[in-house]
Design a protein around this ligand. Structure first.
Ligand SMILES: NC(=O)c1ccc[n+]([C@@H]2O[C@H](COP(=O)([O-])OP(=O)(O)OC[C@H]3O[C@@H](n4cnc5c(N)ncnc54)[C@H](OP(=O)(O)O)[C@@H]3O)[C@@H](O)[C@H]2O)c1
Length: 249
């Protein structure tokens, strides 16, 4: 691993990664473990992650569909948080829940399930974790969204529930940024697009990805942490890709 620094932040950082069992979430924890200015990482997820060589990281259970677990997860953290990364999300689940190719595939229960995890879940995390953010020093609340949630960038259609859940998530990010700018001027709220990343989520669709365009979770996580390091309060309420490009909503 090359050295990653978070130079734009102060020292003695406290970080929470929600969704630390996922490919990108776990890679984020591994990178953050290497940053000398990071003191403690709170890794929260529904499944217990299998980490290699972590010594600054504490695990806590959190299920996005259980509000008490989100409240408890936040309550266990006593230090002000400098960085919160929400790396959860679903595109498919089990045998039946698959992204819709066309509107005849649309199923209300699948739509509701995807919204519960991809949209309501991160909003609930914001409800309980934003009050824990540091004050008077740079702090970032960043959520993995996706380019497919951009309404203006939609060229292909389909994937109704997933696209709509991420578009709604982007709206929540925008509203949070407006609200938080009034309360904590050093806070930055951002949506992130990780690129197409080799993970459980992308597995069924990887064959359609052009050569060289499927990133490892390690690569994407390192790029996203670099992007987060570049963010300033003026960037709050926007979506950024792994390479720093500001993406339209
Ligand atoms: N991979 C890509 O190509 C790609 C592209 C664009 C955007 N993204 C976004 O990036 C994020 C992470 O994706 P990934 O590729 O790392 O996927 P992943 O490896 O499948 O990880 C998904 C994570 O979401 C968690 N999760 C799902 N339902 C949950 C629930 N009810 N409560 C708590 N956690 C829950 C999973 O927990 P369990 O381990 O317990 O299942 C896991 O930690 C998602 O928001 C995705 O939409 C990914």
């Amino acid at each position: 691993m090359t050295e990653l620094k978070l130079d734009s932040f102060d020292e003695g950082l406290h970080v929470a990664v929600i969704g630390a069992s996922g490919a990108i979430g776990k890679a984020m924890v591994h990178w953050l473990e290497q940053v000398p200015t990071v003191n403690r990482i709170y890794a929260l997820s529904r499944s217990e992650p299998e980490f290699d060589r972590v010594n600054k990281t504490d695990f806590q259970y959190l299920d996005l569909l259980d509000e008490n677990s989100i409240a408890n997860g936040a309550e266990q953290i006593s230090e002000p948080l400098d960085l919160v990364l929400v790396t959860t999300g679903i595109l498919h689940e089990g045998e039946d829940l698959k992204p819709e190719k066309c509107i005849k595939d649309f199923q209300p229960d699948h739509f509701a399930r995807i919204f519960a995890v991809n949209t309501t879940g991160p909003a609930m995390v914001a409800k309980y974790f934003l009050p824990k953010m540091a004050r008077n020093r740079k702090n970032v609340f960043a959520v993995l969204s996706g380019r497919v949630g951009s309404i203006s960038d939609n060229q292909l259609g389909g994937w109704y529930a997933y696209r709509a859940s991420k578009a709604a998530l982007n709206m929540i990010i925008k509203s949070l940024a407006i609200e938080i700018a009034r309360k904590n001027k050093s806070s930055i709220i951002a949506a992130l697009h990780p690129g197409t990343v080799d993970s459980h989520l992308s597995m069924p669709f990887q064959s359609g990805v052009p050569g060289g365009k499927l990133f490892s979770a390690d690569y994407s996580a390192e790029r996203l942490l670099h992007v987060i390091d570049q963010l300033t309060p003026g960037d709050s309420g926007h979506m950024f890709a792994w390479d720093g490009e500001k993406l339209p909503f």
